[in-house]
Design a binder for this molecule. Structure first.
Ligand code: ZN
Length: 445
């Protein structure tokens, strides 16, 4: 198992993830995605949306505002209940979650911390809407995307004419003022969620919970996460949120231990009932067969984008010895890899080689994220691409391009990342060949 520090260091060195506001010393619990990180993260979100929304008949999407009417958070219970017990050390001034006090001695007393009584600390970020800062203008940055879906249940139902069972999916930012953020992007204060609220007839809820648990577990492994590193865990009675009837976590074997990647909960009719009560609107479904109005029950698969990105990175990370050299390789699924192919000219001052490589790169850019790199020796260029998970490299050499070379063949080398297998193909065939390879998801050249 790779250490978290190794992943953090690779992410910084290769442009995946930086500390937010790093030139000002950073800002706890906030992270920035760099040029490769934003591609990886977008890819995770793109495949989730494709698989969960576009490729299903029973799902539609939504993109709600981050700041909503504060009544939403009264109805959902977040104003009342979304808090952690917090304690402060009177001596060293550190703040902890009362249920998560670290073992280390206090830096001031040298022994135990001198802790205050626990106080409830609401995790929602407050802001003000409009020019006056008072209680009446207080609003919140959403702590989850789910409530925007419930608040729009009737809008979606009437405009899309959906029949039960159907789901509404949303990807978006959420904010929690965590007392102790940590473990890199696992627990951050600004994060992204991929959430589904799946509405079903009450009697079908148990069956749909099972189906979603299976489906979501398989989804992670279909994009390369090893099943050994995934587990399902059912919440005990005393762990269940007040609205939840049954909940399962998909845990990943992170360097800090098994931790939640996604939760799948049976929320019953809690949310629609609450919003109906607080808004005074009827949030019901007219069953076309029985002509009865029912309040659908909800199954909620709720995944974290950032922690998924982290799990994909950790699972893809491999170190191996190749011809006495250490090779670091990210075996990312080709759909997730930030760059699909790198074009590497073997000489940067020989016009025929440069021209051919530039032409191939320009053709590739039309179809896939590609990169042109001539800034090091070929060995180092390969290492660099391996370390960012690029599935294919194309090299252009003397034999490819120099027509007065007696070995001239007009072919270039394609190298596959995991097997390091190499084949030579005609330069005009490169784009076609790579498009096929990526389409098939095949690793054998
Ligand atoms: Zn202390």
């Amino acid at each position: 198992m790779v250490e978290m520090e190794t992943i953090v260091s690779l992410c910084k060195r290769r442009g995946f993830i930086f500390q937010s506001s790093e030139i000002y010393g950073g800002f706890g619990g906030f992270w920035d995605y760099g040029p490769l990180g934003v591609e990886l993260k977008n890819n995770v979100k793109r495949v989730w949306w494709l698989d969960m929304v576009n490729r299903r008949e029973d799902m539609v999407g939504l993109d709600c505002a981050i700041v909503m009417n504060p009544r939403v958070w009264e109805a959902s219970g977040h104003i009342e209940q979304f808090s952690d017990p917090m304690v402060d050390c009177r001596e060293c001034k550190h703040r902890f979650r009362a249920d998560d006090i670290p073992d280390e001695p206090c830096q001031v007393t040298g022994g135990e911390h001198d802790l205050t009584e626990a106080r409830q600390f609401n995790l929602m970020f407050k802001t003000y809407v409009g020019p006056v800062e008072d209680d009446a203008s207080t609003a919140y940055l959403r702590p989850e995307t789910a409530q925007g879906i419930f608040a729009n249940f009737d809008n979606v139902l009437t405009t899309m004419r959906k029949k039960l069972p159907f789901g509404i999916a949303q990807i978006g930012k959420a904010f929690r003022n965590e007392i102790t953020p940590g473990n890199f992007i696992f627990r951050d204060r600004e994060f992204e969620q991929m959430e589904i609220e799946f509405f079903v007839k009450p009697e079908d809820a148990d069956e749909w919970l099972k189906r979603w648990v299976t489906e979501r577990f398989e989804w992670y492994s279909s994009y390369g996460i090893r099943k050994d590193n995934l587990r399902l865990r059912q919440h005990d009675e005393d762990e269940l949120a007040h609205y939840s009837k049954e909940c399962w976590d998909i845990d990943y074997n992170f360097p800090m231990g098994w931790s939640e990647l996604e939760g799948i909960a049976n929320r019953g009719d809690y949310d629609l009932t609450q919003h109906a009560t607080y808004s005074g609107q009827r949030l019901v479904y007219l069953d076309p067969e029985t002509k009865e109005h029912i309040v659908p029950h909800v199954i909620e698969p709720s995944a974290g984008v950032d922690r998924s990105v982290l799990a994909f990175l950790i699972d893809a990370y491999h170190q191996e010895i190749v011809r006495k050299d250490k090779r670091t390789v990210l075996r990312l699924h080709p759909e997730l890899a930030p760059v699909k192919v790198a074009v590497l000219p073997l000489a940067r001052n020989r016009p025929p080689i440069v021209e051919m490589a530039r032409k191939i790169a320009a053709d590739l850019y039309k179809y896939m994220p590609a990169m042109y790199d001539d800034t090091a020796s070929i060995g180092r260029l390969y290492r660099r691409q391996d370390e960012i998970g690029t599935p294919f490299c194309v090299t252009v050499d003397h034999q490819s391009a120099i027509t007065d070379d007696e070995k001239y063949d007009g072919k270039v080398t394609i190298r596959e990342r995991d097997s390091m297998e190499q084949i030579r193909v005609d330069a005009s065939q490169v784009v076609q060949k790579l498009r096929e390879q990526l389409e098939e998801g095949s690793k054998t050249l």
